[in-house]
Design a protein around this ligand. Sequence first.
Ligand code: ADP
Ligand code: MG
Length: 566
Amino acid sequence: MAIEQVIGIDLGTTNSAVCVWQKGQAVLVPNKWGEVLTPSVVGLDEQANLIIGRPARERLQSHHALTQASFKRYMGTEVSLALGSRQFRAEELSALLLRQLKEDAESWLGQKLTQAVITVPAYFNDVQRRAVKNAARLAGLDAIRLLNEPTAASLAFGLLENREQKYLTFDLGGGTFDVSVIDMFEGVVEVRASSGDIRLGGDDFSQAIVQWMLSQHPELKSAQAGLAAALLAKAESMKQMLSHATEAKASLEWAGRQWSWTFTEAQLAECSQPLLMRLQRPVQQALHDARFSLQDLDHILLVGGATRMPLVRQTVARLFGRFPRHDLNPDEAVALGAGIQAGMVMADAAVEDIILTDVMPFSLGIEVVKRHGNQIEPGFFLPLIERNTFLPVSKTETLNTVSDNQTCVLLKIYQGEGRRVQDNVFLGEMSIDVPPRPAGELTVDVRFTYTLDGLLEVECRYDGSPVIARLVIEKVPGQMSEEQIAASLQKLADIKQHPRDRQENRELLARCSRLYERLLGDERAWMDRLTTAFEQALEGQDLRRIASSREDAEHFLQQYKEGLLP
Ligand code: ADP
Ligand code: MG
């Protein structure tokens, strides 16, 4: 029996890619648009048809209530993400994306696929890794192996066969920045430390450019809501132009006027400065945690689309005092590595990849208020234990009372990364009685302790009191049960597919091509024209056009029913 084809998938926060091992090399698999990167965006149209990838990304601003991006951030949490009136878990949205990647790869390879190697960030813990496996399962794929993204990059850079070495992967994607320090010896890849910034990526540079564009034409500020999508697209394209040229231009039609911009390298450098500054700390943190110095590193690997920016490369060169390796397209490196690993699995050899799972997957914290002058605004999240902290961990924070003579302090405990608690998962609450004092005079100590088996203990005590109030939260939520998976499979099956994939449309296309094969001359040309029109209507997902071109094709086919065949 032939060995089954295994595919490698980089399931990215911003973009995903598929790669296979063919004839001794890793080959990136194009999607149905002929592109190797598929934006990790999932949406529904007004008729509740699924839209995935580039067309979904194009609707991100215009139809934001019907579109979701960056859902990878919520893998393994209970956070519910809405597409219109429907609610999804991050696993489910990932499953819809994976299903599309699988189908595109199947049609490119001309065979059914059931097995995949999927990459995950090095800091993903057990719950998050299982969430990725579940997403694959929901998409009809068996994730036979999860590979750490930095390890995948090292495979792509051809480091595997080499001797012992130490290196750092500097991965700046669309919305996240991950730094991993790797120690490799005898084929074992050990992630010694990972650090990063979950709110920093290439998209922040585009946003900074939008701000610059508005500063040039302040009149546009009033129209920003309507123009947001167009401005962001122009900013993105100028940013990308400046990766190859020293100057970029953009123009836009609005309110009967032409608005234009000329953006230079120097201006980009200026608006990027605050973002570039933020690249430094995670690098130092990771080296410090790994107890490595800069001199210990054999290589610095650039990964992630945003490292295509010359400014980012210069910053890296400055930080490390040498040039990083960039002999691969940075946004393809992880997928290439997944493809290589898929090839190794097929050949019955795989990289031994020591994974680092004893880190805290999500931030844990409490609700606090913000004071603006006399105004008090509730609903803010104060993380006590930050994501990616090594376990077990115990941390204390000292807080002050907000109101005069308040006699009770209520602690609401949340899990998540959102700035506001409404974006996070509520875990529980406790209150302690305090003596009445003027606002701000009384201090309260809150201690969070998180153990290796997932127990969160919260202790709280006010200044001067010997008594400690204590709350234990068992098993921070995040995992899907078997029943939830079964229910989810049902739910995903119910979501309308792309019109192209619907049974009746597939059948009609098949009938058209069968008839085409039998016809000749003008009739054949006519059949071809009708088929093309139908295919284009399907791709456009315009239901009215689909219906009318369906009808035309049906009508034509009808003429060749029994007895009428030429
Ligand atoms: P992720 O790992 O988050 O899925 P990618 O590695 O694909 O994301 O990186 C996406 C980011 O890379 C986006 O912010 C995009 O703007 C940026 N990017 C892609 N190409 C370029 C380029 N030529 N110049 C500058 N930035 C780029
Ligand atoms: Mg990535």
